[in-house]
Design a protein around this ligand. Structure first.
Ligand code: ARG
Length: 420
């Protein structure tokens, strides 16, 4: 290994990794810092990389590409891992991996590196994505192959080498952040019975301390949000604005015991105000604009996309094909959704669409009902035919446990009416 491109956050671990890679491999180290929003970009990061011994430090603002190329496909697909996790960390990994590969090519590097441990999902995502894009690149993870220093050792290691280390307090948690969400783990959270302490949260207020409820309107086009309260916003701004707004109402906290790819159950806390509201609103609009069969099939697609995204398989042919299917299927998911933000909850209170499949004349019980009630008789006769046949020949009544004999019962008889 002669030249390596390291995914660099500017934190203590990756700062030490710059020096460690240089000393251990006598390699030239180029760092890559990707701004994926949500406060992921630390100030002075390039200077710090150089002070740690990097020969060159790239800093890339990839927020727009992150939202357009990764977050939006996940929204369209309704991708929530195990039904709850909006996949913030998982979605950013393939983007960062791709940029690592592109910078490696530009730099003529023969390896890339990342600061993941050997126990999590992120190492798998980086390794698998990098190898999918260029199998000739070596992937090095210092934390996985012996760098493993304690925090105090890392500080000492950095001070000895004159590395400008970040002057932040040691967080009791391991935190990953981007504009789609904050992921928090370790510390007291490792006991799944322990309620998350206040200091876990940075984007959401305690729901009991939220201000009076508000109602917002999210506008969608082709399955993705494009406006807030009638105002068109660019994709990054929309997510950032909604994070702030929904977070200020305590919306977006997720407490999840999740199944990691490496076989471990792990307690995770997420803060994802925009993601929670957008997914809920998107689902409500799908209910109005997609057919019953599309909705049923898309649940399968959502689960498949979520699992594969979680598992780091973003760059597989199947996933690319599914994203294409979803993109065309979502063409009609257009309209507006009203959402009420109320002390930690986001309730859907209204939806409308030019492509709505909801037909008031068919649905109403009031005057103007256009549904043909008499036709229901013929429909039911045919629909119920196989069950009638089966029940008649195979003692269908035997599937029902008798109820009446075991129930407390009152019987009132009509009094005899005497005439004359
Ligand atoms: N469990 C989540 C995932 O695998 C989040 C991991 C976040 N990493 C962290 N250092 N907190 O996507």
């Amino acid at each position: 290994m002669k030249k390596v491109v390291l995914a660099y956050s500017g934190g203590l671990d990756t700062s030490v990794a710059v020096a460690w890679l240089r000393e251990r491999y006598e390699a030239e180290v180029v760092t890559l810092t990707v701004d994926v929003g949500g406060g992921s970009l630390r100030s002075g990061v390039a200077d710090r990389a150089i002070s740690a011994g990097a020969s060159r430090a790239y800093v890339v603002d990839a927020r727009r590409q992150f939202v357009e190329g990764f977050v939006r496909p996940a929204v369209r697909a309704g991708a929530l891992y195990q039904g709850v996790y909006p996949l913030a960390t998982a979605l950013a990994r393939p983007l960062i991996a791709q940029l690592l590969v592109e910078v490696a090519h530009r730099e003529g590097a023969d390896a890339v590196a990342h600061g993941c441990t050997g126990k999590g999902n992120d190492q798998v995502r980086f390794d698998v994505a990098v190898k999918a894009l260029d199998a000739s690149l070596e992937v090095v993870a210092p934390m996985r192959i012996g760098m493993g220093l304690s925090r105090d050792q890392e500080i000492e290691y950095a001070l000895e080498r004159g590395i400008d280390i970040p002057v932040t307090h040691a967080s009791p948690y391991s935190i990953d952040v981007n504009l789609w969400g904050r992921s928090i783990e370790t510390g007291v959270l490792e006991d799944p019975w322990v309620a998350p302490p206040r200091d876990v949260y940075a984007w959401t207020v305690d729901p009991s301390e939220a201000p009076s409820p508000v109602e917002i309107t999210l506008g969608f086009e082709a399955g993705v949000p494009v406006s807030l309260d009638g105002r068109e916003l660019d994709p990054v701004e929309l997510v950032e604005t909604l994070n702030e707004l929904a977070g200020s109402h305590g919306v977006g906290r997720i407490d999840h015991v999740e199944d990691r790819l490496v076989g471990i159950k792990s307690r995770e806390i997420y803060e994802a105000p925009a993601a929670v509201v957008i997914h809920a609103a998107h689902k409500a609009l799908e209910g109005l604009t997609l057919s019953k069969d599309q909705l049923r099939f898309d649940r399968l697609v959502a689960a498949e996309v979520a699992q594969a995204t979680y598992d780091g398989l973003w760059f597989s042919g199947l996933q690319a094909n599914l994203r294409e299917y979803v993109r065309t299927a979502q063409r009609v998911v257009e309209g507006e959704v009203r959402v009420r933000l109320d002390h930690g909850t986001s309730a859907i209170v209204g939806r409308r669409s030019p492509n709505s499949l909801y037909d008031h004349a068919l649905a109403t019980y009031d005057a103007g009902d256009a549904f043909d009630h008499a036709s229901a008789v013929g429909f039911i006769a045919i629909f119920g035919l196989p069950l009638r046949t089966e029940a008649g020949r195979q003692d269908g009544a035997s599937w029902a446990t008798p109820l009446l004999d075991d129930l407390p019962l009152e019987v009132a008889d009509a009094e005899a009416v005497l005439v004359g």
